[in-house]
Unconditional design. Structure first.
Length: 201
């Protein structure tokens, strides 16, 4: 336990800044485009919850793990001058279910895209990568228009349903190239007298 401010500073190491991040959305019907990274004002590290099941036994409740659920993921987007990103989100939503009738142009996995959140350190290296699997937009927020909207730019939110989340520590490598997604297996075998010792990790 640090007893002095110097000891605390050595352990804290400046902390992690919430304004150092990149967000990508890929694999959706119609490209969002690389410039989305520059127009994504805010996002979040996705949350998940494991439910709890109460099993009664002789006047007591045994709690056992239930199912995992993923909360809606929301991004805040700065409106670009060509309205390219909002148009893509609206087109994606329209293709899932039309506005005028209950029709869909998308089937099966073609509905889904992939969200990627890259958290950066103060040197610009990726220190954590989150991949949001099989996402689709559930809501596209309003853009408020007002005569007294001075000294501001337009922004809106997009909410996504999420079917799965994977996290990866990237060790400073650029996670767009896969980060440290390594599956390492080490095998060893040794003979000690009459005993054969095997090791797999």
């Amino acid at each position: 336990m640090p007893n002095t401010i110097s000891q605390f500073a050595q352990q804290f190491r400046g902390g992690v800044r919430p304004n150092l991040f990149r967000v990508q959305i890929t694999g959706k019907p119609g490209p969002v485009g690389e410039s989305f990274e520059f127009h994504c004002k805010g996002a979040s590290i996705p949350a998940s919850t494991i439910g709890s099941i109460d099993v009664p036994y002789m006047g007591r409740q045994l709690k056992v793990p239930g199912d995992r659920t993923f909360e809606e993921w929301t991004v805040t987007v700065l409106n670009d001058v060509n309205w390219a990103h909002r148009s893509n989100f609206e087109r994606w939503s329209d293709n899932i279910t039309a506005n005028a009738g209950n029709f869909s142009r998308l089937r099966g996995e073609s509905v889904y895209g992939t969200g990627i959140v890259l958290h950066l350190d103060r040197s610009g290296n990726t220190i954590r990568r989150y991949t949001l699997q099989d996402i689709f937009p559930t809501s596209i927020g309003a853009i408020d228009l007002t005569m007294d909207g001075n000294d501001t730019v337009e922004e809106y939110t997009v909410g996504f349903a999420v079917n799965g989340v994977q996290s990866m520590a990237t060790g400073g490598f650029d996670a767009t190239a896969g980060g440290l997604g390594l599956d390492v297996q080490v095998s060893a075998n040794a003979q000690v007298g009459p005993v054969n010792i095997g090791l797999n990790t």
